[in-house]
Design a protein around this ligand. Structure first.
Ligand code: Z5A
Length: 220
């Protein structure tokens, strides 16, 4: 069973990829594209998405303090925020038939905490089953590009780096590999897009994927 059943007729669309690949830029495009076709769209993000889950996000990203955040504590915080987000925002929206567009979701956990931090997949899968039950994204747009070029985009913003952005290059290479492995194992759900192309080309590809999926879902 996916989110597209009688009890939750909406659809869950997620955007994934490493830092700086253009998720925030393109989520706005996806939301507008869907709204122009008359759909109710709920735009959200992880970690976060509700006031309490956003507080947990702050704990996760905060680079301050001398005490390191334990990898298990990080994983559990990610899922605590997700439990709150799913219960308070995502499920109610899917139940009333909305299209939920989420900047990062479960695949980020497998890529960052799993491949990046080295936590066993079986432990993540157990938490996934507990927190999500049978809820999975209906479509995942994976924005993929070289981690070095993406890093330049992030650094050129000039903002203070958060706990994740402050990692070494190897971490981001591992995260990228983690995402690509998941995409290859679920080609029906994932659309992998070349995020290094000019923005208008990336968005044209996104529009083509959305067009095809909306037809497939009978929502055009
Ligand atoms: N995390 C986790 O560990 N486990 C989990 O389960 C979840 C998350 C859900 C916060 O995520 C952190 O949480 C994340 C993993 C962890 N950390 N990292 N890294 P986030 O999504 O808030 O953080 P982020 O990936 O660092 O977001 P970002 O830096 O804002 O990147 P983005 O949204 O993908 O990129 P952007 O802001 O849209 O674009 C970056 C710049 O590039 C910007 O100036 C754009 O104008 C420009 N851009 C975008 N597209 C193009 C193209 N095509 N050409 C040229 N320039 C472009």
């Amino acid at each position: 069973m996916t989110s597209a059943d009688k009890t939750r007729p909406g659809r869950l669309i997620t955007l994934e990829g490493g830092e700086g690949v253009g998720k925030s830029t393109n989520i706005a495009f996806v939301v507008e594209w869907l709204q122009q076709r008359g759909h109710e769209v709920v735009s959200t993000r992880e970690p976060g998405g509700t006031p309490r889950a956003e507080q947990m996000r702050e704990l996760l990203l905060d680079p301050q303090g001398s005490e390191p955040l334990d990898a298990d504590a990080e994983l559990l915080l990610v899922f605590a925020a997700r439990a709150q987000h799913v219960a308070q925002k995502i499920m109610p929206a899917l139940q009333r038939g909305a299209l939920v567009v989420c900047d990062r979701f479960i695949d980020a956990t497998y890529a960052y905490q799993g491949v990046g931090r080295g936590i066993e997949t079986s432990r993540i899968a157990a938490l996934e089953q507990w927190v999500l039950g049978d809820l999975r994204p209906d479509l995942t747009l994976l924005l993929d590009m070289s981690e070095q070029v993406a890093r330049q985009r992030v650094l050129s913003r000039g903002a203070v780096l958060d706990r994740f952005e402050d990692q070494e290059g190897d971490f981001f290479r591992a995260v990228r590999e983690g995402y690509l492995t998941r995409a290859h194992s679920e080609p029906q759900r994932f659309a992998v897009l070349d995020a290094a192309l000019p923005l208008e080309d990336v968005q044209q590809h996104i529009a083509e994927v959305l067009e095809q999926r909306m037809q497939q879902w009978g929502l055009e």
